[in-house]
Ligand binder design. Structure first.
Ligand SMILES: [Zn+2]
Length: 49
């Protein structure tokens, strides 16, 4: 499994969430509970953004 596939798998359920309590990711606009969604948080953690 490639790193990209791992990231895609981690974010697969992120876009199914339709909770009005969620906010938009500041990087990609995906619903998230924080400033960054899980995917962008990971990318930031490894220095890609
Ligand atoms: Zn994002």
């Amino acid at each position: 499994m490639t790193a990209y596939e791992e990231l895609a798998g981690l974010t697969a359920d992120e876009h199914c969430v339709d909770d009005p309590g969620y906010e938009a990711c500041s990087e990609c606009g995906s619903p998230t509970t924080g400033d960054l969604c899980r995917r962008c948080g990971l990318l930031a953690a490894i220095g890609l953004i």
